[in-house]
Every structure is written in structure tokens, then in C-alpha cells.
Design a protein around this ligand. Structure first.
Ligand code: SF4
Ligand code: SF4
Length: 190
């Protein structure tokens, strides 16, 4: 057979020595490495009991915000879904009926809104695309589950509770707020 390069080597299975056969040097070598790390400062933490400090602008679990009257801000425009590079967001739009003004801020709302957290790469583009200040990423981590279906977050998990609003003020830096005061972005007012 013609060889393409002259770098080929014949591999020979070397016979193990008696010392190698009893594995003692290898075991002692492994123990030495373990002992070396035993007295070093741990780089791991006991999550979820212990948590690391994370930045205020950390991009974690999403929240769908309500307005100052408690109505859902999302108008099911779909811009977040279009902006999402991971195609993690799906929604079904519905028309607000008479008497539902306190529930939904706009005439159109999302009757179903889902984010697949297994697809999400927490890039924050959905937050940036939203013209209604309806979706934000928070500093909360997505918990782990054993069932894939549990990672599909619907409105029951995403919409903030009326009596426990999620504070996203740290994400709204002075620069972001100033930016949103520009006339052309008035739709983006807080
Ligand atoms: S954070 Fe990024 S990947 Fe996740 S849902 Fe939003 S746009 Fe999609
Ligand atoms: S979260 Fe914002 S961008 Fe997404 S559908 Fe609702 S209003 Fe539109």
C-alpha cells in the first residue's frame, strides 16, 4: 500500500513489566495527585445550597412583566421570537375581550407564550427586541430537571406574580433609561 506521508509509525504493543502489572506505581501516582488537590482551595461550590455572586446584568431566567396596573405588557407581536437565534420562543396571539382590560394592557395578548430553556442560549436578544418592555432576563438561574418537558416554560412560570413583582431595575442602567427617553423610542418607556 502506498503511504501518503513518511510519518507513519508501526505501533507495537509493549509487554508490561512486573511493576506495571501490579499497578502500584500508577495507583500511588494517582493518590499523589489527589492529595495535592486535597489541600488546595476548592474551585467548586455546593450548588444549589451555595450560590456565587453574579453580576446585576447577568442573563438568566426570563420574566414577563406586568404594567403598573398589573396588566400583562406582552402584546404577542412576535418580535422576540423573530429575534431569537435559537428559535426558543413560541406564542399564540389572542384578542382581548371586553372586560379584560385589567388583565391585558393591549388589545392583543399572548394566550400562550412558551420558552424552551433547553434551546435558549440566554443571549438577551428577546429583551432587546421587545417594544413593550414586556420581557426581561433576570439574575435567576434555570433549575435543573430530569424531564425535558419541565424545561418548557409557559406563562404560568414566566409572567410575574401580581403580588410579587420581579425587580429588573438593575438591568435598566442609567444609560439604558436615558436611551429610552429619546422621542423615537417612546414606545419603549418604562
Ligand atoms: S435569551 Fe436569546 S436564545 Fe433565549 S429566548 Fe431570548 S433571544 Fe432566544
Ligand atoms: S414579549 Fe415583547 S416582543 Fe415578545 S411578543 Fe411580547 S411584546 Fe412582543
Amino acid at each position: 500500500m502506498q503511504s501518503l506521508t513518511n510519518r507513519s509509525k508501526v505501533v507495537v504493543k509493549k509487554e508490561m513489566t512486573w511493576m506495571e502489572k501490579i499497578y502500584l506505581p500508577a495507583i500511588l501516582g494517582g493518590l499523589k495527585i489527589t492529595l495535592k488537590h486535597f489541600f488546595r482551595k476548592k474551585v467548586t461550590i455546593n450548588y444549589p445550597e451555595e450560590k456565587r455572586d453574579i453580576a446585576a446584568v447577568y442573563r438568566g431566567l426570563h420574566v414577563l412583566k406586568r404594567d403598573e396596573n398589573g396588566a400583562e405588557r406582552c402584546t404577542a407581536c412576535g418580535l422576540c421570537a423573530v429575534a431569537c437565534p435559537a428559535e426558543a420562543i413560541t406564542m399564540i396571539a389572542a384578542e382581548r375581550k371586553g372586560g379584560e382590560e385589567k388583565l391585558y394592557r393591549e388589545e392583543k395578548y399572548a394566550s400562550t407564550y412558551e420558552i424552551n430553556m433547553l434551546r435558549c442560549i440566554f443571549c438577551g436578544l428577546c429583551e432587546e427586541a421587545c417594544p413593550k418592555e414586556a420581557i426581561f432576563l433576570t439574575d435567576q438561574l434555570v433549575p435543573t430537571f430530569r424531564d425535558r418537558a419541565d424545561f418548557i416554560y409557559g406563562k404560568d412560570k414566566l409572567v410575574e406574580p401580581k403580588d410579587a413583582p420581579v425587580d429588573i431595575s438593575k438591568r435598566q442602567t442609567a444609560e439604558v433609561k436615558e436611551f429610552k427617553t429619546h422621542k423615537q423610542y417612546t414606545h419603549n418607556k418604562l
